[in-house]
Design a protein around this ligand. Sequence first.
Ligand code: FAD
Length: 389
Amino acid sequence: MNRIVVAGGGLAAARVCERLRAKGHDGELLVLCAEPHPPYDRPPLTKAALLEERDTTLRTDFELLEADLRLGVAATGLAPDRDVVRTAEGEIPFSTLVIATGSAPVPLPGTGPQHVVRTAQDAARLRAGLRPGAHVVLAGAGWIGGEVATAALHLGCRVTCVEPGPAPLAAALGAEVGALFLPWWSDVDLRLGVGVTEVTATGVRLGDGSHLPADVVVAGVGVRPQTDWLSGSGVEVDRGVVVDEHLRTTRPGVYAVGDVAARWSVRWNKRLRVEHWDDARTGPDVAAAVILGGDAGPDPLPVHDPVPYFWSDQFGHKIQYVGQHGAEDSVVVRGRGSAKWGAAWLAPDGTLNAHLSVDQPKQMIHARAAIDAGAKPDPGSLADPGTAL
Ligand code: FAD
């Protein structure tokens, strides 16, 4: 048997099918997709697709790829001692398994009605609630919160955002950089330093005991990898499916790509779980090469260790972030006070670890190249955004 089973129906799953066929896999290809819809792009769900209905289905042609796409069929388990995936339709044997089950939003506590945005169905349901004059309460002023706030304001809603941190995006970027986004939130009733403790029938209860009435409650408080189905399978899970730099799990013949993978980064000497579109797009190319290489595969084996990249569109601006920073890094704000500002994070030895730019796509490209090259820019002149990285 030469059957590759892909568990998951998002960008990473679609890409892995494309790359496997492009690299010469001529055996069976079977995709288990829990959603009833073929793979689609998620970034628009909190952007254009929240303003009006949009079809964001990926162009991947599963028929042309001769891939057996099983819509609405989830992988429910992986046998520990046999190469079979369990589903409601029975066991499916495989010679190779690719895990691409992505991540799922963390809901707020409480029994009242709330929205999350992960699927096209979620976005459609939320869009229906974003009526002019509706009071929308967002939990979390992070990436999802900023984008939903933007759409809700655009549609004429009244928006309150409850954020336990000291500033928008502070959890991701730190309090100093987060505070620079405050002016963008001027049309939002932004409540900082307090969290939602419970969704009630009529709104949300806050950590200070007060109750905030709401027509629509949206949770934007993070995601967690979809790994429950792997319990007891012998595949190690530690805040994501543990994979090496070649995207191999701890179980032979089993690989993981996209949001669900916690991959070893040689570049940063630590494990990263990168929950961004670009990683789900590029990782599958490496996974396909490693899978098809087998024991006689390319030497050295291809490595998936790009400089992480993501973007967010909010309040009429494009934010682009490349790299990844740690708690010990120092941050330099670039172009403070100007419309096109940014920030750079430097490791204790001066190496550029991460860079954020606002409305400057070209700068992002330079920053990514500089991080890739291990650049050590002069911290004294970095505050000037004109300084080359
Ligand atoms: P997913 O897209 O999560 O797909 C996983 C699929 O697997 C889902 O269809 C799921 O139903 C299915 N599945 C789960 N469990 C099972 C199972 N047991 N069996 C079978 N199938 C299963 N990134 C950016 O870089 N920039 C952005 O602006 C941006 N905006 C975003 C906005 C939103 C609203 C969301 C939700 C994400 C956004 N992202 C953004 C992140 C980006 O979309 C993800 O990184 C990307 O979707 C990851 O792809 P994936 O295929 O790994 O996982």
